[in-house]
Each structure stands twice: as structure tokens, then as C-alpha cells.
Design a protein around this ligand. Structure first.
Ligand SMILES: *Cc1c(COP(=O)(O)O)cnc(C)c1O
Length: 394
């Protein structure tokens, strides 16, 4: 099997698994208990908090453990909204191609009377600091712009956007789920007040993540309960998963330079090869994109059919995001960068990790053009385009 869907989830690293095991069979106590096995779990948690804080330039008491990226996004946005509301500020700026964990929370707030500005995304997958500056108002209580997009891989200028926010004393949240472990993060120098990350996107376990909240940002609970996470997130901590996450993040950050170099080579070969398919287009900027991300649209095919035929050849890929595949709506991300519906339906996302090889790339480059050609041959729409009855778009 060739796994090229790392933006959906990643395989756990052996180091992360090793780190988790003792917390399932030896040190399984509740960190809130006072006897020794509980206190050993508590001290492990403290250590994990320090390690994760160090990876992103935060202080340990700014780290809140959550169930993953969706929960962190939800809590970050709700907290800033409730904080703003107290002083009559109910305007939020975000972008049209955020993850649904952000967009659906914003829709909910809109129903509660907040005003939401979704900035348009440029054709190249960018949102520029100037757009944010122009949208800021007296009543703005939050700017939430993702660090890197999960479908087209574009990397956004978060430090500059954060600087604009801070000039106006507005909290800045970034969904860094795709960036964590793959791109350098330093919350201080990048002017980030709230940040979400998720362990299963960097070879850690599923169902665990982090909300970083700068000191002084008051959090609103999504989960009421005990005094865990300084009272901001009730529920007994998932100690094994948190330990696995800390190990995975440290490992990913330590190997980032080496992994990036390797991925850039594989990415270049893939983009080069897939660009040779006629009537195709790369989604997003060629340079400013995640090292492992390749996203294409092929005219005249259905992404879903392409995925199924790739699966027959043992290649795991995605069309749009995992959350939308299965639905008939084309990806909101591809529509946001201006792809017409017809083109957005023919998308393919390959997201690599450092374990992928040149051999994998060669097999993908063999399979995709063949399958695209085969699907086009069967398509009446494609015939019409070839006969000149319908225009080509790409
Ligand atoms: C995967 C993902 C999420 C959701 O994270 P979960 O841990 O799966 O809830 C949020 N934002 C982005 C950009 C993602 O890629």
C-alpha cells in the first residue's frame, strides 16, 4: 500500500507508541489522585506539557489538553467571542477556506448575533495581512486564520497577520493543525494568541490535541467538570495519548529539516509529473505550500472515481477533505480559490510523509495519468469538449 493521505491522518510513530505503553499498564492512575501511581501520572502530564510548550515557544501554563483539533478550534473561537461580547464587540474575521471546525463554529455564533467576515482567498491560496487590516473594525473581537490549509497546502503569513491584529489589540487565533510538526511554530515571535493542534496529524495518536492560549486570554469551557486543565476543560486526562502526542511532536520537530528536504524532492517530482497531464492545474501556490502537499484538478473527471481506481492499485489519496468526501458538494476550499464547480469535482489531494519513497512517487505517476485518461475516455462531457461542443476550462 502507498499511503498518500497524511493530511487526513498519519500512522503513529514507533516512538509515540513506545512512550504511551507504560501509561497503560504501569502508571495507569488518575492524575488527580494523591497516592503514588496517580502522582506519577500527574508528573508525566507536567512533563508532557513542558515538552509541548517548548516545541511551540509557549509557557507550560498556556497549554490546554483537548480531544483534538476540532475541540481546540471550537474552544478558541467561542472563548474569544464570549470575551469580546462582554465589551460589546461582536465582529469576527476569518477566511473562506478554513476547516469546518472553524467555519461551523462561526456559523453558530452568527446565529447568536455575531457578525462574521469571511475574507476571500486569492487564486493562489493566500490571505494577505492587508485584507485583514482592511476588515478590522472597532467591534472586532477575533481574527482566526489558519496556518496552513488542509486541502491545498497553502501556508499563510500568520506572523504578519498576527502583527496586524496586535496593532489593533485584537486576539489572533490560528488553526495550526496542518502546520504543527511540519512547519516551525513560535507563538511569541509569530504573534499568536490562540492556536490549535492535533496529534494525529503528526504521527501521534487520534483524539488528542492542544489548545494554546496566551496568558490573559480568558477561556470559556466547552466541557464543565472537574478542575482538570486549570478548570477550563473537565474530564480525566487521556494520559497515554498526551504522552504519545508529546513524543510525536518532539520527534517531528527534531526531524523537521531533514523531512522537509526529502519531501520537497518528492513533491517537486509529483507536481512535475502530474502537470504533464493535459487540462490539469495545480491548486494553490507552487512554492508557498506544505512540503508534503500536492493538490490538482483534472478537467473532465470525477475525483471520487479517480480515488476508487487509485485504491484498486493500492494508493490511498483524497479528493478534497475527508470530511467532505462522500458528500456531493464540491470542496469549499476549491470553490474559495475560484475553481468552477465542474473543475472542483475533479480534484486529487496527495499528502506525503517522510516515509514515502521515490518508488511511491513513480507508481503514483504511472497510475494517475492512466486512470485520468481512462475516465475521460468514458465521459460524454469529455467527448463534447473534444468535439468543440463544450469549451475546455483548464
Ligand atoms: C484535521 C484538521 C482539523 C481537525 O482535527 P481533529 O483532531 O481531527 O479534530 C482541524 N483543522 C485542520 C486544518 C485539520 O487538518
Amino acid at each position: 500500500m502507498i499511503y498518500a493521505d497524511n493530511a487526513a491522518t498519519t500512522k503513529m510513530s514507533p516512538a509515540a507508541i513506545r512512550e504511551m505503553l507504560p501509561y497503560m499498564d504501569e502508571i495507569w492512575g488518575n492524575p488527580s489522585s494523591l497516592y503514588e501511581t496517580g502522582q506519577r501520572a500527574a508528573s508525566a502530564l507536567r512533563f508532557a506539557r513542558e515538552r509541548i510548550a517548548a516545541c511551540i515557544g509557549a509557557a507550560p501554563d498556556e497549554i490546554y489538553f483537548t480531544s483534538g483539533g476540532s475541540e481546540s478550534d471550537n474552544q478558541a473561537i467561542l472563548s474569544a467571542a464570549k470575551w469580546g461580547e462582554r465589551s460589546g464587540k461582536k465582529h469576527i474575521i476569518s477566511s473562506a477556506f478554513e476547516h469546518h471546525a472553524v467555519l461551523h463554529m462561526l456559523e453558530k455564533l452568527e446565529r447568536e448575533g455575531f457578525e462574521i467576515d469571511l475574507l476571500p482567498v486569492h487564486e493562489n491560496g493566500m490571505v494577505y495581512p492587508k485584507q485583514v487590516a482592511d476588515a478590522i473594525r472597532e467591534e472586532t473581537c477575533l481574527v482566526s486564520i489558519m496556518y496552513a490549509n488542509n486541502e491545498i497546502g497553502s501556508i499563510l503569513p500568520v506572523a504578519e497577520i498576527g502583527a496586524v491584529c496586535h496593532e489593533h489589540r485584537i486576539p489572533f487565533h490560528t488553526d495550526a493543525v496542518q502546520a504543527a510538526g511540519h512547519m516551525p511554530i513560535h507563538v511569541r515571535t509569530q504573534n499568536i494568541d490562540l492556536l490549535s493542534l492535533s496529534a494525529h496529524k503528526f504521527h501521534g495518536p487520534k483524539g488528542v490535541g492542544v489548545l494554546y492560549a496566551r496568558r490573559g486570554i480568558p477561556l470559556t469551557n466547552l466541557i464543565e467538570g472537574g478542575a482538570q486543565e486549570r478548570g477550563k476543560r473537565g474530564g480525566t486526562e487521556n494520559v497515554p495519548a498526551i504522552m504519545g502526542m508529546a513524543a510525536a511532536l518532539e520527534e517531528a520537530c527534531a526531524n523537521m529539516k531533514e523531512n522537509t528536504e526529502k519531501l520537497l524532492k518528492l513533491r517537486a517530482a509529483l507536481i512535475d509529473g502530474l502537470s504533464k497531464i493535459p487540462h490539469s492545474a495545480l491548486n494553490g501556490d507552487a512554492q508557498s505550500r506544505l512540503p508534503g502537499n500536492v493538490s490538482f484538478c483534472f478537467e473532465g473527471i470525477e475525483g471520487e472515481s479517480l480515488l476508487l481506481l487509485l485504491d484498486d492499485r493500492g494508493i490511498c489519496a483524497s479528493s478534497g477533505s475527508a470530511c467532505t468526501s462522500g458528500a456531493l458538494d464540491p470542496s469549499h476550499v476549491l470553490l474559495a480559490i475560484g475553481r468552477p464547480h465542474e473543475i472542483a469535482h475533479g480534484s486529487l489531494r496527495l499528502s506525503l510523509n517522510a516515509q514515502n519513497s521515490e518508488g511511491d512517487v513513480a507508481q503514483i505517476l504511472q497510475a494517475v495519468p492512466e486512470i485520468v485518461g481512462y475516465l475521460r475516455e468514458m465521459s460524454p462531457l469529455w467527448k463534447d469538449k473534444q468535439n468543440g461542443k463544450k469549451p475546455f476550462i483548464l
